[in-house]
Design a protein around this ligand. Structure first.
Ligand SMILES: [Zn+2]
Length: 148
């Protein structure tokens, strides 16, 4: 008679969705730090290696992202008025996105199931806001929304 092999407790299998989200959050966080550091040290107004907006180059119109890098540079240097002038959408959206990300991370850490970053109609609302912002910043009456 042979003795049964000792039972080795198995590590609880990691939830693949959870580890995938954690990895994505880590990659996005690292990317944000790298881009923030790059933009902080190299002023987009004086360094030409930043990508040029192809929509603006082709049409002469401002897309919702035009001026975003300069706005980020201004924000990182504490110049809120310049950041708002270069891209008000970014300046207003960043705190909301950051708060949403932190809230979701806190919720997840308390054991709640992962939720969509943009639930249901939120993505449509954000898309409409971006379209209205794009339309307005290309009208002469709202030239203050266009990057300098
Ligand atoms: Zn653009």
């Amino acid at each position: 008679m042979t003795a049964a092999p000792p039972k080795i407790p198995r590590a609880s299998p990691a939830n693949p969705a959870s580890s995938g989200l954690r990895f994505a959050a880590l990659v996005l966080g690292a990317l944000a730090v790298i881009i923030g550091t790059l933009v902080f040290f190299f002023n987009p107004a004086t360094h030409g290696f930043y990508p040029v907006c192809q929509f603006h180059r082709l049409t002469g119109l401002n897309c919702p992202g035009c001026g975003m890098t300069r706005a980020l540079y201004a924000l990182l240097h504490g110049d809120l008025p310049t950041a708002l002038r270069d891209n008000a959408l970014l300046v207003l959206a960043l705190p909301a996105l950051l708060a949403r990300g932190l809230w979701l991370a806190a919720k997840k850490s308390r054991g709640h199931p992962a939720a969509d970053f943009f639930p249901g109609r939120t993505l449509w609302v954000l898309l409409i806001i971006a379209l209205v912002f794009t339309l307005l910043r290309n009208l002469p009456a709202f030239a203050f929304l266009s990057p300098a």
